[in-house]
Design a protein around this ligand. Structure first.
Ligand code: C2E
Ligand code: MG
Ligand code: MG
Ligand code: MG
Length: 283
């Protein structure tokens, strides 16, 4: 990656650790500047509601439009942002963008539940509830149209400290989801301790979904468990019609994946939304 990060000073180092440290420092500096310069953008990936084949939701996913490297995905900078504390600024930016976008759609008569990924670092900073409350008040977005996604593994590392905050957030009327569910090895009884509305089955289970396989059994079990706890289920990473057919048969509530659409810009999102309203059987 180093050559993309500008400069070639890394070549003077022979120690891998030092190279890595320098690269990370450069990346951090660039990210910090990028945030200030407005280089972050939010893309939206539709979620298809299987009850009526309409687009009921959108996941907000951050991208970094880097001046030299082009569009950079969150996989390349979120963990660095978490380690350096920049996740606070990024998270608040994405939240504001997503809530403003959801309100713009709401005003056009399009009620889309917008989900924002939240890092547990933001939860632990202690002011997440007041930021969310403030952003909702500024925009007048109905709270039910905002959802926050937290990954199962991050929840498990911080159970006690996080649950109280989740209750505060839930009391605002927003929706909460457990992301990447099934990968965190949680005791299933944990599920009922979190005040959540949605469980998102991790895409690793969806990938090899085929009738009879282990992943199919796990997926079936997660859907049954979630429904018993009166939670809705979203399957992510759905790429094929076979996967969709299986999930529909199992009573999965919503799906998200390249089969419906990749994450796209807000303007394109409205086109996908209208296409699904006009000819729902296309899905
Ligand atoms: P995630 O929240 O689990 O988001 C789903 C990821 O799967 C997205 O990757 C999405 O583009 C990708 N995806 C969706 N459908 C398909 C599919 O059919 N096939 C495949 N192969 N992939 C699919 P993305 O946008 O690169 O985001 C990666 C992760 O970065 C997210 O995983 C989330 O954990 C994190 N992230 C993204 N935006 C934010 C943010 O604003 N804040 C925080 N804290 N984390 C974020
Ligand atoms: Mg997510
Ligand atoms: Mg996920
Ligand atoms: Mg993920």
């Amino acid at each position: 990656h180093a050559k993309h990060l500008g400069g070639n000073c890394f070549q003077f180092y022979t120690d891998n650790l030092q190279v890595t440290t320098l690269e990370r420092l450069q990346l951090e500096t660039q990210l910090r500047k990028g945030i200030e310069n407005g280089e972050l953008e939010v893309f939206y990936q539709p979620k298809l509601n299987l009850a009526d084949d309409s687009i009921g939701g959108a996941e907000a996913l951050v991208r970094w439009r880097h001046p030299q490297r082009g569009l950079v995905g969150p996989g390349e900078f979120i963990s660095l942002a978490e380690e350096t504390g920049l996740i606070g600024a990024i998270g608040e930016f994405v939240l504001r963008q997503a809530v403003n976008q959801a309100y713009a759609w709401h005003q056009q008569g399009l009620d889309v539940r917008v989900s924002v990924n939240v890092s547990v670092h933001q939860v632990r900073q202690g002011n997440l509830t007041s930021i969310v409350r403030q952003v909702l008040e500024e925009t007048h977005l109905p709270a039910r149209l905002l959802e926050l996604e937290l990954t199962e593994s991050q929840l498990l590392d911080n159970v006690e400290s996080v649950i109280a905050t989740l209750h505060q957030l839930h009391a605002l009327g927003i929706k909460l989801a457990i992301d990447d569910f099934g990968t965190g090895y949680s005791s299933l009884s944990y599920l009922k301790r979190f005040p959540v509305d949605y469980v998102k089955i991790d895409q690793t289970f969806i990938r090899d979904l085929s009738q009879g396989g282990e992943d199919a059994a796990i997926t079936r079990a997660i859907i049954a468990l979630a429904h018993n706890l009166e939670l809705k289920v979203v399957a992510e990473g759905v790429e094929t019609q076979d996967q969709l057919d299986f999930l529909r048969l199992q009573g999965c509530d919503e799906i998200q994946g390249y089969l419906i659409s990749r994450p796209i810009e807000a303007l394109d999102f409205v086109r996908v939304l209208r296409a699904h309203a006009a000819s729902p059987s296309m899905a």
